[in-house]
Ligand binder design. Structure first.
Ligand code: FEO
Length: 162
């Protein structure tokens, strides 16, 4: 059984994962409006991935007999000024999420909650990838310059994401 503390912390994390999904969906809409279809597709798939993260936590709380407390999802902002600005924010956001996952791991260790600790290891590894992908794309944007014409090839590349 989950402790009340852990139950609350995991419920909060479900909300944060859904906020991430919302944020990336807003970014996808921004790219759609800028006619950058590849970036929009990449971001939409990222939003979907965040929903699967939320559901992984959801399934885990249910499996441990925990109570669900679905909290209101904060509205993300809707406007950015460039692809570089978007990916700077994605990178910063993922670093913040890594901090949240680490805090959960520390709580699991403090409570000697081995099952939660074990479940969180998937997220620890996932965050390494999340940060890596965001930083890689940001690096590419910076290398080619955040100029619409120059972003065409990268847009094509990102559109290949399945
Ligand atoms: Fe759910 Fe992008 O971390």
């Amino acid at each position: 059984m989950l402790s009340k503390n852990m139950e609350e912390a995991l419920n909060k994390q479900i909300n944060r994962e859904y906020f991430s999904a919302y944020l990336y969906l807003a970014m996808s809409a921004y790219f759609e409006s800028a006619n950058m279809k590849g970036f929009a597709k990449w971001m939409r798939l990222q939003a979907k991935e965040e929903q699967t993260h939320a559901l992984k936590f959801y399934d885990y709380v249910i499996a441990r007999g925990g109570k669900m407390n679905l909290l209101a999802i904060e509205a993300p902002k809707a406007k950015w000024t460039s692809a570089a600005k978007v990916f700077e924010e994605v990178y910063a956001h993922e670093q913040k999420v890594t901090g949240m996952i680490n805090a959960l791991v520390e709580l699991a260790m403090k409570e000697k909650d081995h099952a939660t600790f074990e479940t969180l290891q998937w997220f620890v590894k996932e965050q390494v990838e999340e940060e890596e992908h965001a930083s890689e794309i940001l690096g590419k944007i910076r290398t080619i310059g955040d100029i619409p014409g120059h972003l065409f090839c990268l847009d094509h590349e990102l559109g290949k994401r399945e």
